[in-house]
Design a binder for this molecule. Sequence first.
Ligand SMILES: Nc1ncnc2c1ncn2[C@@H]1O[C@H](COP(=O)(O)OP(=O)(O)OP(=O)(O)O)[C@@H](O)[C@H]1O
Ligand SMILES: [Mg+2]
Length: 228
Amino acid sequence: MIELKNISKEVLEAGVKIPILRNIDLTILKGEFVSVMGPSGSGKSSLMNILGSLDLPTSGDYLFEGTNIQRLSGKQLADFRNQRLGFVFQSFMLIPRLSVKDNVEVPLLYSTYNKKERTRRIKEALEQVGMIHKAKEPIINLSGGQKQKIAIARAIINDPDLLLIDEPSGNLDADSKGEILDIFKSLNAKGKTIVLVTHDPEVAQVGKRILILKNGSWAQPMKGVEVY
Ligand SMILES: Nc1ncnc2c1ncn2[C@@H]1O[C@H](COP(=O)(O)OP(=O)(O)OP(=O)(O)O)[C@@H](O)[C@H]1O
Ligand SMILES: [Mg+2]
């Protein structure tokens, strides 16, 4: 599904090139569940930004089902992100005063689905994360764990092929964490490909493959790090 070939990312700081990702290769098959770990500043979020087509690498190729993502136009990229990818950010990025269902509906605003189809999708997404009973509640009334579930519901509303999840368990208690990990497992069992970034070894273990970034490079050979 995904192939990163020799991806590097540099940023300029006071005229000096700082490498953030160095010659990264990565192949992800459809249906895989990959966890990415590594110290703070090792480049995990930078890698996720490239996978999410939110940022371009300095060099290298990103192929998604054989299509070179760097060659897509702005409109094609927006459609690609909206239809194929689901994002769960650590900071949730929910709109506090809107209701749960209005937040989950946001990615559908760019679609041509009619009201009935939108309502069906919102219901299905909220059921998958066990939050249908909170549909009319404003986001500000929810706990951290509940907000995380709403962010997941929003990420899956367009039935994406790839879910990109950055630090899902930041400030969660053990119960919420367990529930959220169960949601990820069940989404993967239903066929969603998942890439998950985390500092938490317990969270990383839900992935079927764990990769470690250090200083912008893979810390171990990518083959042979299967944990199950
Ligand atoms: N746009 C940018 N300009 C300058 N430096 C950047 C930029 N983006 C990232 N960096 C630097 O690149 C390095 C990698 O950052 P990144 O956010 O990918 O790390 P991370 O592994 O996600 O860390 P954390 O675990 O703390 O979230 C850091 O040193 C960061 O300061
Ligand atoms: Mg990060």
